[in-house]
Design a protein around this ligand. Sequence first.
Ligand code: SAH
Length: 289
Amino acid sequence: MTGRPPPGPPRAPGTARFPAALKPAGTAPASAPTTAALVRPQRPLQQAADDAARRRAPSGLGLDSAAVRERMVQRLRAGGLRCEPVLQAFARVERHRFVDSALAGQAYEDTSLPIGLAQTISKPSVVARMLSLLFEASGAAQRGHLGRVLEIGTGCGYQTALLAQLARSVVSIERLRPLHDKARANLATLDATPGALSADLRLLHGDGRLGHAPRAPYDAIVAAAGGEELPAAWLDQLAVGGRLVAPMVDAARGGQGLLVVDRMAEGPAGLARRWLDAVHFVPLKSGTE
Ligand code: SAH
């Protein structure tokens, strides 16, 4: 698939690239079903920001080189990925900045890596597969970008950074406060990189099973954690022409599979579902911590 990079508003050098994400909690609509929008930096967040800043200077591993990411992109191509905007996003976003420095040397291998609190950053080939599936939805194919995206499971923010290259706006929800803070710090350091983030990005701490109604409907919904059933809110918040991609337990398969749901029209009859690859994602849990 080919396509143009998402059109984004021109920005003066040095201006914030995701002002919405940095707004204080009071700017979120009071009716938001998720717990809250962002809070102002507090001590743990400052520590996360310091850690993230330290990762900006990897020692002699050559991870800042575009060639490292280009090799990862070549491997994704060799694996059959053909969606050019997605490949370009992988070439741009520095994955090593999202993992602990001890793991940075493995950041461009096709492997999942721990990000703390028993969670993992998914392996590049799986993330690429999910993003390219979103791109193949009828609406995205026509537009050349993903439009309005809802992401469930921000984790360390790596996939969020990729989505920010591919969409007009991204709402990303994480239920674990320390990871929400870590992602926010990681994405804030990326803000200093020219052209690194182009979408309106909003990070929320909350239960993603509820989606985020104030900004619905979404052209693309993507989950990084898998449950037993698809939360009804996700289907309610999916726009006509939009696509949802989520890991989910597939009873027929006896394990997790990648579920793709397209909305062709309003109402339950307007949905088409299909199961694709077997996958292994962390569980979709309820509530927040
Ligand atoms: N794409 C992420 C992967 C994170 S792993 C990255 O690039 O790092 C999946 C994440 O989903 C975990 O951080 C987990 O805490 C989160 N999660 C699980 N259930 C959730 C829920 N109901 N709402 C929001 N986040 C959830």
